[in-house]
Design a protein around this ligand. Structure first.
Ligand SMILES: O=C(O)CCC(=O)C(=O)O
Length: 302
């Protein structure tokens, strides 16, 4: 549980970091599973349903940028998203009913792990109400050097910014065309086992990891059970209801006024956020796609 002060902080600023939510045993189990999944990327040459690959990936030297939908790949991810430690905080921020929207694991490996341009998750998956958030489970210590998540406090109360370039969705805000002062961003740092919670309308991003330290961030996207996705809708009610993590099922969406822009027409080469953001005209974060590999980064997969 977090304090009422913490809840008020989240409502005011749009984010909160809670230390020690995930125990060391669970972190160790997660790391073992992740290492094995990353090693299996030696069999792939292009992005697929499991892997989003770094631009410098080679099968003999696997470089994974993101593992997609980890909760369907191994029970350890599923168990964590259902744990009371994550759900009790989520209930305080979203209300008694919580549904999973999605999960992803951004690896951000030492020396080359890709940046993520400024964006709002709301621009990708608007719902009927904005009681939707993302939990970032820090699997490594997140510090200034290794590309921690950065947020623009209070931006969850502002507009939904343009995430298009040349008429197509690109999943990134043009930093020059946006009135926000990104020098005021707050970096969400913490020890491994800490979790950040950020509001779905919060503007956020992160720099390339050019340090020698890993920065794995496991993200769960949770919605209030009465927040229904505007774009995908509900195609299969049983499947939709199966994503309820706590609280009752409902077929009564709660609708609130919130500024919505649809991610349409889709990006050229629509895929993960990294692929979409290749279409952005201007970048804020420096990105060296051929970042020099160190001996450590080149070590063969076990
Ligand atoms: O991994 C990060 O630092 C940013 C993640 C993020 O914002 C996203 O994947 O939508």
């Amino acid at each position: 549980m977090i304090s009422q002060r913490d809840v008020a902080f989240y409502r005011e600023h749009g984010y909160i970091v809670v230390p020690d939510l995930v125990d060391p045993g669970t972190l160790a189990a997660l790391r073992r599973v992740i290492d094995a999944i990353v090693a299996r990327a030696a069999t792939v040459t292009t992005h697929d349903d499991v892997y989003d690959l770094e631009p410098s990936h080679r099968p003999d030297r696997p470089r994974v940028r993101r593992i997609k939908k980890p909760h369907v790949l191994d029970p350890v991810f599923d168990a964590l998203m259902r744990s009371e430690s994550l759900l009790s905080v989520s209930r305080q921020l979203l209300g008694p009913g919580v549904r999973l929207y999605g999960s992803k694991l951004n690896i951000k490996a030492p020396e080359y792990g890709s940046p993520v341009e400024w964006h709002q998750d709301w621009a990708f998956y608007p719902h009927t109400n904005d009681d939707v958030l993302a939990i970032g489970v820090m699997l490594d210590d997140c510090q200034l050097e290794n590309g921690p998540l950065m947020v623009m406090p209070g931006s969850h109360k502002g507009p939904t910014y343009d995430h298009h370039a040349d008429g197509y969705f690109c999943g990134a805000i043009d930093p020059d065309a946006c009135p926000l002062d990104f020098s005021k961003a707050v970096t969400l740092t913490g020890k491994a086992g800490s979790c950040s919670f950020h509001h779905v309308r919060m503007v956020h991003g992160s720099a390339q990891n050019t340090s020698a330290l890993p920065r794995q961030l496991l993200l769960y996207e949770f919605a209030a059970n009465d927040a229904f996705p505007l774009l995908s809708g509900v195609k299969d009610l049983a499947e939709f209801d199966a994503k309820i993590l706590c609280g009752p099922k409902t077929i009564e969406p709660r609708v609130v006024a919130a500024p919505v822009r649809l991610p349409l027409p889709p990006a050229h080469g629509q895929g993960s956020i990294y692929e979409n953001q290749f279409g952005s005209r201007k970048r804020y974060f420096a990105f060296d796609t051929a970042a020099a590999p160190t001996a450590k980064a080149l070590a063969p997969a076990k």
